[in-house]
Design a binder for this molecule. Structure first.
Ligand code: AMP
Ligand code: FE
Ligand code: FE
Ligand code: ZN
Length: 305
């Protein structure tokens, strides 16, 4: 059984439509795939329509932006109820803040490069969200269908189109990294609160790439213990951004805290080198996730219920 529990579509910063990601997963020989766009469930319906009758099974998920002691963290949420309003409100607030932040970063970049906000914004159409600091799903805010989470990858793509950098990775290393002059932070929720909210929505929270040392500071054991106390279900240990010594540390922590261990690709289409199925999750772990989540799997495969 080939199970990959972390992928992105163009609903966030992947380059392919949800239907295309599903087709690639099936063609790539996966049995089960999770769609986990950043801060959005807008891909759930088109992905579900695409797997019906295909033999592929879909796990509907999301990757929530959060922070733990000032460190940006990503929390995967599997099989939650997307009509649960407090979580929908949170997504609206994050997306609103992401939008303001993207705009501020473009303003800084525009002092040095011929970049225009309208063209960046057009890369994330229908990206709703409420202004930062205001809760609630207002006009254009998150309801249960999503809206696109705008991020640095959309700015990167515009910089590539302008010929400023050759590709996304160069945009990140040269211009968009957190210590650079163009970087602006966005509002996000405390990780332990995010874990509680995902559980309250009937979802299964898994800490994404917790040992990704290449990006910035990572969360220490104490932070993971706090998240576990709040109801964390698992750690994404097998991910290309977790180096070997981090995997050993995370495996030991998962054992000690009784957490599930997952492995996934974090596929972004052409937006990143990550290939579908490059890391996998075992069947017993998927069974535990399905057991704990309230939203059913979709598709005609062995895992459909
Ligand atoms: P943001 O959430 O807007 O701060 O942007 C971070 C997102 O950019 C992450 O979700 C990654 O998927 C993506 N990303 C980070 N580094 C790179 C890179 N070097 N090349 C392409 N995408 C990247
Ligand atoms: Fe991403
Ligand atoms: Fe992530
Ligand atoms: Zn991801």
């Amino acid at each position: 059984m080939r199970i990959d529990l972390h992928t992105h579509s163009d609903v966030s910063d992947g380059t392919e439509t949800p239907a295309r990601v599903m087709a690639a997963a099936r063609d790539g020989g996966l049995d089960v795939v999770a769609l986990t766009d950043h801060d959005s469930t807008a891909g759930w319906d088109p992905a579900a329509a695409a797997v019906e009758g295909s033999g592929l099974t879909l796990v509907r998920g999301m990757e929530l932006s959060a922070r733990c002691a000032g460190v940006t963290v990503h929390l995967l949420s599997y099989l939650h109820d997307r009509t649960y309003q407090p979580l929908a409100d949170l997504l609206g607030r994050i997306k609103g803040s992401r939008r303001e932040r993207a705009r501020a970063m473009v303003e800084r970049l525009a002092k040095d490069y011929p970049i225009e906000w309208e063209r960046v914004e057009a890369r994330a159409p229908a990206g709703g969200g409420t202004p930062a600091g205001q809760g609630g799903a207002g006009e254009g805010g998150e309801r249960d269908r999503g809206g696109i989470a705008i991020g640095r990858p959309h700015i990167a793509d515009e910089l590539v189109a302008l010929g400023v950098v050759p590709d996304r990775s160069a945009a990140f290393t040269r211009l968009l990294h957190p210590r650079g002059p163009y970087y602006v932070r966005y509002w996000s929720v405390e990780a332990a609160d995010a874990v509680e909210l995902v559980r309250a929505a009937g979802g299964v929270p898994v800490f994404a790439h917790p040992g990704a040392t290449g990006r910035q500071r990572i969360v220490g054991d104490d932070g993971i213990v706090q998240m576990a106390d709040a109801g964390l279900a698992g750690l994404e240990v097998y991910h290309r951004d977790n180096p070997p010594e981090q995997r050993r540390r995370l495996e030991a922590l998962a054992q000690r805290l009784g957490l599930l261990v997952t492995g996934s690709s974090d596929y972004h289409g052409a937006g990143k080198p990550n290939r579908l199925g490059e890391n996998l999750t075992d069947e017993a772990t998927l069974a535990a996730i399905v057991e704990q989540g309230v939203t059913p799997l979709v598709g005609g495969g062995a895992w459909a219920r």
